[in-house]
Design a protein around this ligand. Structure first.
Ligand SMILES: [Zn+2]
Length: 506
């Protein structure tokens, strides 16, 4: 395995990049906080899922056996509130949105985690952990509620840097006078009428939010594991509380690396429902290809803020179109020569030096950037783009009259570069069938333009007629109007074809 390669990750705990070393050589255990399932998931959820999917894929690429756990919070205040509003059973509602999330993850080509535990299936583990925390003297029970006593845990604030005396978490609303300290947080909440509840040593109730991740991570990965991830907004209080709970339950508890992804903004404003700049994954992939959305989501480093605009999605769609057009042309050329009886000659010419260099550079650049805290924004530039150029110029050469030896070398070279390009796309989760992606990108472009393909074809016909009549202002106008809508016309020989493009007014 390629484990010797140094992989550096930014650890939010030490606030610096560290060389990644798993607790058990060759194996990685990681836990990522998932969604609270009461609605369709939005762009922020997509970003976290895609970024940690890239980490998962990259670790596998490095040769690690990875156990990846991502939870569903299916018992929560927001779920209960929404369920009561629409008169649905809370667990039925949350189950529905867990399933919708899985559909979104599939569209975004996120691999399925090893385990996707839900709170409602892990009540025993949660109650056991709370009992242990009480037994160890870090929590107390009042009227059927159980609170974590932050003052008993001296390390409280180690991840977020929050000082207990500055902590106003419990002061925003009226302070619960039953708490010993305003920052004490609920491990168990006694049941209220109209809420789902489970029996417990403290009476019927349900868990507080934070305890589930401590309980489920230790159940699936033990109390010591390698990576804990989530969105940056989870650092406080969620992850701070997780550390407190896990260590209070088990002194040996240890997490190697804390990784957090940045926010998604819209036109540089925070996305929120009230500002009306809030987008669900479902809304976006209605108009843009999910692979283009994924491309956009990795176009910023995972820790940086990511600004969402339509023009960014157009650029990503265009970039994906170019990649897949190149791959499809390459596949078509290779298979037509194969069908034409041009065999790859084992003794004959091998991959050209130019192609070898192209592959070497692409591989080195990819490894260098990815092993440095997953620098995804640059891995599809530089050597990767040069490889696509190499493919396109080789394809042009194939159309010329060339000797058989040169032809064989070109075909070998094309096949080798194509293989490497696809491998990189696969590690980034961007690989799919060329023909399908191109067709789907065209369909989405037509949808955004508010047209069907027949509309474009009849405008092409009209333009051809105008050109025959030498009415160039008219033919130019047709072309320009289509470009504004994101449809480019290209004259290839005597034929005019179309492809999606970035709308000229964007
Ligand atoms: Zn969590």
């Amino acid at each position: 395995m390629a484990e010797e390669k140094e992989f550096k990750v930014y650890n939010s705990m030490s606030q610096q990049k560290e060389i990644f070393k798993p607790l058990v050589p060759g194996n990685v255990s990681m836990y990522v906080c998932g969604i609270t399932s009461y609605d369709y998931s939005h762009l922020g959820h997509a970003r976290a899922a895609v970024n940690f999917d890239i980490l998962y894929r990259y670790l596998k690429h490095l040769g690690y056996e990875v156990t990846y756990v991502r939870n569903f919070t299916d018992v929560d205040d927001k779920i209960i509130k929404r369920a009561n509003e629409i008169g649905e059973d809370p667990l039925k509602l949350s189950n529905r949105f867990c399933e919708e999330y899985i559909v979104d993850m599939h569209a975004l080509q996120c691999l399925i985690p090893t385990h996707q535990p839900r709170v409602s299936d892990h009540m025993e583990q949660i109650k056991d952990m709370i009992s242990q925390i009480i037994k160890n003297g870090f929590a107390y029970e009042v009227d059927g509620d159980v609170f974590f006593a932050v003052e008993n845990f001296p390390n409280y604030g180690c991840l977020s840097g929050q000082k207990l005396e500055h902590n106003r978490a419990g002061e925003r609303v009226a302070v619960d006078t039953r708490k010993r300290h305003p920052a004490d947080f609920a491990l168990w909440k006694s049941s209220k009428p109209g809420e789902p509840s489970w029996d417990s040593p403290w009476g019927p109730g349900r868990p507080g939010w934070h305890i589930e991740c401590s309980a489920m991570s230790s159940y699936y990965l033990t109390s010591r594991f390698d990576i804990h991830g989530g969105g940056i907004d989870l650092i406080f209080p969620h992850h701070e509380n997780e550390i407190a709970q896990s260590c209070a339950a088990c002194q040996e508890s240890k997490i190697g690396y804390w990784m957090h992804n940045g926010h998604v903004t819209n036109n540089n404003e925070k996305m929120s429902k009230s500002l009306g700049n809030f987008f669900t994954i479902r809304q976006i992939i209605e108009r843009y290809h999910p692979i283009a959305l994924r491309h956009f989501l990795i176009s910023a480093h995972y820790k940086s803020p990511l600004n969402y605009t339509f023009s960014q999605l157009e650029s990503s769609s265009d970039a994906i179109y170019y990649i897949y057009q190149t791959l499809q042309d390459c596949e078509a050329a290779l298979s037509s020569f194969q069908e034409g009886g041009v065999e790859q000659n084992k003794k004959g010419p091998k991959v050209s030096e130019a192609a070898m260099n192209c592959i070497k550079k692409m591989r080195e650049e990819f490894d260098e950037k990815m092993s440095d805290d997953l620098q995804t924004p640059v891995v599809l530039t530089g050597a990767f783009q040069e490889a696509l150029k190499f493919v396109n110029s080789s394809l042009k050469m194939l159309k010329k009259k060339i000797q058989k030896k040169q032809l064989l070398e070109l075909l070998e070279s094309l096949a080798a570069v194509e293989k490497e390009v696809k491998e990189i796309l696969d590690i980034l989760g961007l690989l799919s069938s060329s023909a399908e992606v191109l067709q789907q990108l065209k369909d989405k472009a037509l949808k955004r333009a508010g047209m069907v393909e027949d509309d474009v074809l009849s405008l092409i016909e009209e333009r051809t007629q105008a050109r025959i009549n030498k009415d160039f202002p008219k033919s130019d106008k047709i072309r320009a109007e289509l470009t504004v809508k994101g449809i480019a016309l290209m004259d290839v020989g005597n034929e005019t074809v179309w492809r999606p493009c970035i709308p000229s007014e964007l």
